[in-house]
Design a protein around this ligand. Structure first.
Ligand code: TRP
Length: 442
């Protein structure tokens, strides 16, 4: 406890690491499939509102609690609030990380498979058939999932996160440039009008459907890595004189831009090729290859580059998920890092197997959704917002307003009263209402 706690080398080191966790499959794979199923613009508007009105305050509070407590999620709650109730928030975070990583590994595996496909001749012919055959072949996707989890485990076990952090520095700008170029190309394919209407022209009648709110808020939490103490843990490595507000703002703006640009890549091509936006988890793996196929000459190279970047983004997020579970086990059971990482990594892989099978090989459904989609919804739309709710209530109500503003560096800032109002009332109440109605509609 007395040991001097490691701190980020610079504010940018911190922002980059937090972005490495935030930018992942959530921005490209999950965002497009959730938006496709959520009806496009309605989903987008509610998602953007959730990011600003709920995501920003919750992120600020996670950073603040972490920076104050200077320790990880579960310990932070114990230290700052010795009532067992708050410890539940930490425990739920570990559970959420466990579940998310179980299916994250499956999609990470798909990305690896597509790298391999593009290295060996590409995805030609009907991209939908290609995908369906791949996920329908019981063992192949599980093999790729195993490989993805193996790499994640190796990195966490050897503690070579530093390498990943350095590579994110290069990877993220390259990924964003590639996405922008692809969006430009996708918009020329003939589906631009329909896509822009789908994405940006609100259908007001859809706003009465509670399941869209449920999905959009869940997406906001998922994509920002909120609600399970990851951002809290990153905040704990911040030294007390760093400014939180602008860091949170950078992370949120960049993460959201990634998602919207990914949408501009996926939907124009989707409408140009007459594909179905509501086909679920396989969406980007069907739509993107149709784009690459059309790029004459360099389609294969672009395909390889894209899936390598996607896999790297997935890895840096997967590592942050595994680290949560491992850190907890090491402290709780006193086992070595090696044993904890190998053991829990393998268990998470096993728990992910039914998710993988549910995508075509075997019919495994829960409440009418394939197992993977169910796990995704359960963790993203339920556990994360619930965790965020507890964090928001704890962070805003156990401190006096004055203290809260001081801890968040907002004392004396003009919009501090607005922040307090949103953090104390709007965010918790909105999460609560959406959770209740979301559950009822589910
Ligand atoms: N945010 C990541 C993504 O968009 C996924 C992720 C990593 C995550 N760590 C998390 C989600 C913690 C929730 C909580 O792909």
């Amino acid at each position: 406890m007395n040991k001097e706690r490691e701190h980020w080398g610079s504010r940018w080191g911190f922002i980059l690491a937090a972005m490495g966790s935030a930018v992942g499959l959530g921005n490209i794979w999950r965002f497009s499939y959730a938006m496709g199923e959520g009806g496009g613009s309605t989903f987008l508007i509610i998602y953007l509102l959730s990011v600003i009105l709920i995501g920003f305050p919750v992120m600020m509070i996670e950073f603040t609690i972490g920076r104050r407590a200077q320790t990880d999620a579960i310990d932070a709650f114990k230290k700052l609030a010795p009532k067992s109730f708050w410890v539940i928030a930490g425990g739920m975070g570990v559970l959420a990380a466990f579940i998310i990583l179980s299916f994250y590994g499956v999609i990470g595996g798909w990305s690896l498979k597509y790298i391999f496909s593009y290295l060996t001749g590409g995805v030609s012919g009907n991209t939908e058939t290609y995908f369906t055959e791949f996920v329908g072949s019981t063992f192949e996707p599980i093999g790729w999932q195993f490989l993805f989890m193996g790499i994640t485990v190796a990195i966490v076990m050897l503690g070579v996160q530093k390498g990943i952090e350095t590579s994110s520095k290069w990877m993220m700008p390259i990924l964003s440039i590639l996405l922008i170029v692809l969006a430009g190309y996708s918009l020329t394919l003939g589906g631009a009008g329909e896509a822009l209407t789908f994405m940006f022209h609100p259908d007001w009648s859809a706003f009465t459907d509670p399941s869209v709110y449920f999905a959009a808020v869940g997406q906001a939490f998922f994509t920002l890595s909120l609600g399970m103490g990851i951002m809290l843990t990153y905040g704990s490595y911040l030294s007390p004189n760093e400014k939180l507000t602008s860091s949170a703002a950078y992370i949120i703006i960049l993460d959201t831009l990634f998602a919207i640009i990914a949408g501009l890549v996926v939907f124009p091509a989707l409408f140009a090729f007459d594909l179905d936006p509501t086909q679920g988890a396989g969406l980007v793996f069907i739509v993107l290859p149709t784009i690459f196929e059309g790029i004459s000459g360099i389609g294969l190279v672009v395909g390889v580059a894209f899936f390598i970047l996607l896999a790297l983004a997935a890895l840096s997020s997967g590592i942050s998920l595994l680290e949560v579970v491992v850190a907890y086990l090491i402290r709780r059971l006193g086992v070595s890092r090696k044993l904890a990482t190998l053991g829990i990594g393998f268990i998470i892989f096993l728990v992910g197997v039914p998710s993988s099978l549910s995508q075509g090989a075997v019919s495994i459904e829960v409440f009418g959704d394939p197992f993977l989609d169910f796990m995704d919804k359960f963790s993203g739309s339920l556990l994360l917002p619930l965790g965020g709710l507890i964090v928001a209530i704890y962070g805003t109500w156990s401190w006096k307003s004055d203290e809260l503003l001081e801890h968040t560096d907002l004392k004396g800032v003009a919009w501090a009263p607005a922040f307090l109002f949103f953090a104390k009332f709007v965010a918790p109440i909105a999460i609560l209402i959406i959770l209740v109605f979301g559950m009822l509609s589910w």
